[in-house]
Write a protein that binds this ligand. Structure first.
Ligand SMILES: [Zn+2]
Ligand SMILES: [Zn+2]
Length: 368
């Protein structure tokens, strides 16, 4: 059935987001309709409003949400009405060679579902009946969303929705970079460059994985304070030092793991330079396509350093989302503390402004 829903829409790059009433069609084969309960506001949503992520408007934002299944399409067996699900913005077909080898974030079919559902169409229409694209095959900054089952993960019903939502992007990206990409060894020394929603989760991932030293690096004192609350053992404000990499090295003797959570060539260089011998730098931040990094080539073989990338925390969402929520329930990951502020959908533009101003660990839009 068709449902009316308020949704946060980008109509034009460079303009503030707007809240519109849209129509969400019911599910077709292998799709489900979800009543969204909570959706995190992420920098990637902002990037889609500026064109840095070039998904064509009109575009319904949102890719980090949790909600309840209200309708299932033909052929759906893995979900039923009433199930709690979290969205995943990478479509995972489960059948291609990358999916089969356990790397679903690299799914060969994911590009078919960047701003539409995997069949190339959408279930969303504006007031004039025009089709509305959906961020990451999700478009979940809305009261309802119809998604393909390949973009949904069933989760524990006892976890508050606003916490569960964050696992869909920020938590998975930060914690997964530590657990899955770096496979951080207990007792090691780590540095996290850039303390946004993802960087905070890299910090707590390091804590949970048993790092001995965790150095948080940022320019914002408030964010460094938050990093301490999430378990950073040391902080470095880049405005207080000549060279952040040297400062990290002085403090730690060179880290075993450095996590770059900004997405900028010069910060990648800093993360790489802060490594000790045998260290691994993990690039988590999403840089502009033209951005470049320069390294001293000899240090790769001579120090056996590694530079690697991490996409959505190298997630296997069906396995990792429940696992991360399990760690939260066991008191080993902080999710309550990540939600600094919640907003009704009418205040979506304010939520974006607050993110740009760096006010929140995470701002979350909550629905009735
Ligand atoms: Zn995101
Ligand atoms: Zn696949």
């Amino acid at each position: 059935m068709d449902r009316q829903a308020k949704a946060v829409v980008c109509r034009e790059w460079g303009q503030p987001v707007q809240v519109e009433t849209i129509t969400v069609e019911g599910p077709k084969r292998d799709e489900i309709t979800i009543k969204i309960a909570a959706c995190g506001v992420c920098h990637s949503d902002l990037s889609a409003t500026t064109g840095k992520i070039p998904y064509p408007p009109p575009l319904i934002l949102g890719h980090e949400a949790a909600g309840v299944v209200v309708e299932v399409g033909e052929g759906v067996t893995a979900f039923k009405e009433g199930d709690h699900v979290v969205s995943t913005f990478i479509s995972m077909c489960g059948k291609c060679s990358q999916c089969v080898r356990g790397r679903p974030v690299l799914c060969e079919n994911a590009r078919k579902a960047m701003f539409n559902l995997p069949d190339g169409t959408v279930r969303t229409k504006g007031a004039d009946g025009e089709p509305l694209n959906v961020f990451g095959a999700c478009g979940v900054m809305a009261e309802f969303a119809t998604m393909h089952v390949d973009n949904c993960v069933k989760v524990d019903e006892t976890v508050p929705m606003q916490n569960a939502a964050l696992v869909g992007c920020a938590v998975m990206t930060g914690v997964g970079a530590v657990f899955n990409t770096a496979k951080l060894e207990p007792g090691s020394r780590a540095a996290v460059f850039g303390i946004g929603g993802v960087g905070l989760n890299a910090v707590q991932g390091c804590v949970t994985a048993g790092a001995e030293m965790i150095v948080a690096v940022d320019s914002n004192p408030k964010k460094l304070e938050m990093a301490k609350e999430f378990g950073a053992t040391h902080t470095i404000n880049i405005n207080d030092v000549d060279d952040a990499a040297k400062a990290v090295k002085k403090l730690t003797g060179g880290v075993d793991y450095a996590f770059e959570c900004v997405g900028a060539g010069p910060v990648v260089e800093q993360a790489y330079k802060s490594l000790g011998r045998g260290g691994t730098a993990v690039v988590v931040g999403v840089a502009d396509p033209k951005d470049k990094t320069t390294l001293t080539t000899l240090t790769l073989p001579a120090d056996e350093r590694t530079l690697k990338g991490s996409w959505l925390g190298s997630a296997r969402p069906q396995h990792d989302f429940p696992r991360i929520l399990g760690l939260y329930k066991a008191g080993k990951l902080k999710l309550d503390e990540l939600v600094t502020r919640t907003y009704p959908i009418e205040d979506a533009a304010q939520a974006f402004d607050d993110m740009v101003a760096g006010k929140n660990a995470r701002g979350v839009i909550v629905f009735d």
